[in-house]
Design a protein. Sequence first.
Length: 238
Amino acid sequence: MKHLRIAVFGYHKLGIEVAKHLAPTPCELIVIDSSDDNLARAAERGHATLKCDYTDDLELARAGIGRDIDLIFCLLPDEAQNVFLIISARALDERLTIVAVSDSPGSEQKLRAAGADKVIDPFDIAGRRISDLLVRPTVVDVLDQTVFGAADLEIAEVAVTREGRLAGRRLLDASRLAGGTLVIVGLVRSGLERELRFALEAPEYVLTPGDVLMVVGPAADVLAFRAEAAAGDAQRAI
């Protein structure tokens, strides 16, 4: 069976995440960029690479647009660059599937008008993730980490336990314990109502066992904070 051939244009923060999560899937992936440094980083991670000037239709055709590329991700660092790439790629192949990412509110319309089939809006996705947390607190990957991934960030829950460091502390003090790399968005109070309260609205709230904090930050720091929060007085004294 023929594998889907996918090209990721732009090996920056978002492109790195997209390529990383596509690599294990049954597709033929190539990273395309005009920067030698970016391509070197992609090659170090085991990706097939190609240097290409996206403003040159001949180079796009050489890269496989209009021939054997089935899908492209337009992840260049500037919206105008992505619009230009979309227009050029669409002119070369009407059947090509084009995915782009909106980098500001209102840019989706421009990208769709240029010819993108799918425009991913991180603002909308983040809003839906927060809405999901309001209804059902759970560990949620920010922007899904696959196509939408914003690198290392995640929304996660940290439980307040009877034995841990958080019980009896004010929410404000818990924010200080989290350090500068994490943001406590709010908490879901223990009890039947399971209502989310935003941290800025209740800094003096005293945490009780069963409460759940909603934090945003780098995955490694979330894990460290969760371990710190679970450590009891005896463990801290060691």
